[in-house]
Design a protein around this ligand. Structure first.
Ligand code: ZN
Length: 348
């Protein structure tokens, strides 16, 4: 069975690696968690491909933390011009992957594109930005990125920016920490609704989440977050937040990162893929199976050892079957719910 995924950081990994990044993606390599051969092997039909701009070239510590509780300090955001440069480079990287793929990779700008790619067995990335540091206060850059294919954005990564405030990497912690969206952030939500760009709630703090919930006309989507009731990370969603996503006909993409799955928050420990299935089950029981999907965080997270990378996705589908997602239910979680919510958000 095919799957569609809510979040990966492969563009960041390739951008940092340098060298022949399109070749590394298309031919595959030993490094990382996602490339085309592994996507094909795992029957991953496509997903949201994030552009994330690191602060001064560094991402804070998804290195194993075996001291829990933890609170990883956040770096200062990059300046806009540097963020724009990095965004341009990572977007170009994806375009060059598509160009050299000879039809095997087709960037999707519509649900029709996702369906057409699937029909011919092509992989379908959707361009997403995680944190809007590259976007100016007048949102002019948003016009340009949309024209280039951007269809989804998270107003903030965990760092604060001109649009709002995110959640730090803190465990255990409530996501209710600090201010929500700024006035510019509210204007961004309105503009995204007009342009039919998906607004991703993962990484927003709780006040920001409720600001979007109040302002947005679109279904609420958290592309890569889990249930706070099972793992008390600031990055996960409380039951109240989950209920709001369900009521809006949105989705939560379950994150595969061990630190957001485990009850003890310790991502240095060996963890089974069944933990991902447990979060999916919990969310489905709470808000319905139409509102659970996948949000791997490939190339940005520590994977359960028995999943390891995109080629291991069939192991996750087996684990999902074991907690009761079978047939049409499994298809929804693996693929259908993402397609439904994208269609509702984007139009056809
Ligand atoms: Zn993320």
């Amino acid at each position: 069975m095919h799957s569609f995924d809510g979040h990966n950081d492969v563009l960041l990994r390739l951008w940092r690696q340098g060298g022949d990044a399109p070749g590394a993606f298309l031919d595959g390599e030993e490094r990382g968690q996602l490339d085309l051969p592994r996507a094909i092997k795992g029957q991953m039909a496509g997903g949201l491909y994030a552009i994330f701009v690191p602060s001064d070239g560094k991402r804070p510590s998804p290195s194993p933390v075996d001291v829990v509780p933890y609170d990883v300090p956040l770096p200062a955001p990059p300046v806009m011009t540097a963020a724009q440069q990095a965004t341009l480079e990572m977007a170009s990287l994806l375009f060059r992957i598509e160009e050299r793929s000879k039809g095997r990779v087709r960037i999707a700008r519509s649900v029709g594109d996702i369906r057409a790619a699937k029909a011919v067995g092509a992989h379908a990335p959707v361009l997403h930005i995680e944190g809007c540091e590259a976007i100016d206060p007048d949102l002019k850059m948003l016009d340009v990125l949309y024209a280039a294919g951007l269809r989804s954005l998270g107003p903030v990564w965990s760092r604060p920016n001109i649009f709002g405030h995110g959640v730090p990497f803190r465990f255990p912690s409530s996501p209710d920490i600090g201010e929500g969206l700024t006035d510019l952030g509210k204007a961004l939500v309105k503009r995204c609704n007009e342009m039919r760009i998906l607004i991703d709630l993962s990484h927003l703090n709780e006040k920001g989440f409720w600001d979007v919930a109040r302002l947005s006309q679109a279904p609420l989507v958290a592309s890569h977050s889990n249930a706070h009731a099972l793992s008390a990370s600031a990055r996960n969603l409380t039951d109240k937040q989950l209920e709001a996503v369900g009521k809006s006909n949105g989705v939560v993409g379950v994150n595969f990162h061990k630190g957001f799955l485990r009850a003890d928050g310790n991502w240095a420990k060996k963890t089974s893929v069944s933990e991902i299935a447990n979060h999916a089950r919990y969310i489905a029981d709470k808000i319905g199976e139409d509102h659970v999907a996948l949000g791997s965080d490939f190339d940005g997270a520590a994977m359960p050892e028995d999943l390891h990378d995109a080629a291991g996705l069939p192991n996750l589908l087996t684990a999902l079957e074991e907690v009761g997602f079978r047939g049409a239910s499994l298809d929804k979680v693996a693929h259908g719910n993402w397609v439904r919510v994208l269609k509702q958000t984007w139009g056809e």
